[in-house]
Design a protein around this ligand. Structure first.
Ligand code: GRF
Length: 212
């Protein structure tokens, strides 16, 4: 079913830090490029800049600190409660520095996205851009994928390649990759808003626009 233009897909964004990907989603939503709107931003870090970005745009910003909960399960349950309270249908990790566990995966099956600053399956995990430079690749990039129970592993929705320059530094390469992140994350979300994402195993097939 194609979403009617009046119904915007409600997003929940989980972010631990700077929140530039969150900003790109907020901007795309505000400018009407996205048939989705951020319903809530949740952070595990009370100092996350992402929280300020949300508040500035009048979007609920919630802190769920891991240390306030006895178990990972209880921590995730509190996140799920917030997501449900805000009627979230798609969850987007945007620099959320925690592994997603069973509680969240069960509450939002195949409805949690992540962006990773490498062309997966190359360089999963932390410091992907410096992993890529150290390895000596000529092409780096970023990936939007569905989250599963393994790190940076689930089905790939979109990728974008970025050329590595001979004189590249981690900062310079990261900045060029980030530009691509800000472009493809909203694009991937729009595919969900248009209900165009079909999963066959770990393969994502895109329905054409309007196809049911
Ligand atoms: C991005 O590089 C993203 O790919 C990775 O974490 C970083 C978050 O940056 N998962 P920001 O907080 O969105 O600015």
């Amino acid at each position: 079913m194609l979403m009617s233009s009046s119904k915007k897909l409600p997003l929940g964004i989980l972010a631990s830090g700077r929140g530039s990907n969150l900003q790109s989603i907020l901007d795309a939503s505000q400018s009407g490029q996205l048939d989705a709107q951020v319903a809530v931003v949740i952070s595990d870090n009370i100092h996350a800049q992402a929280l300020d970005r949300a508040r500035k745009m009048g979007i609920p910003a919630v802190v769920c600190e891991r240390s306030h909960f006895a178990s990972k399960e209880a921590f995730e349950q509190s996140i799920v409660k917030e997501l449900h309270r805000h009627h979230v249908e798609l969850v987007c990790l945007a620099g959320f520095m925690r592994l997603i566990g069973k509680t969240l995966l069960t509450a939002y099956p195949h409805k949690i996205l992540n962006i990773h600053p490498a062309l997966l399956p190359a360089f999963p995990g932390l410091s992907a851009q410096s992993q890529a430079l150290d390895y000596g690749v000529k092409v780096a990039g970023c990936t939007v994928h569905i989250v599963d129970d393994r790190v940076d592993h689930g089905p790939i929705i979109l990728q974008s390649a970025v050329e590595v320059r001979d004189d590249d530094t981690v900062d310079a390469l990261s900045a060029r990759i980030l530009e691509e992140e800000h472009r493809i994350y909203p694009q991937a979300i729009q595919l969900f808003a248009e209900n165009r994402v079909r999963m066959e195993g770990r393969h994502i097939k895109l329905r054409s626009k309007g196809e049911t």
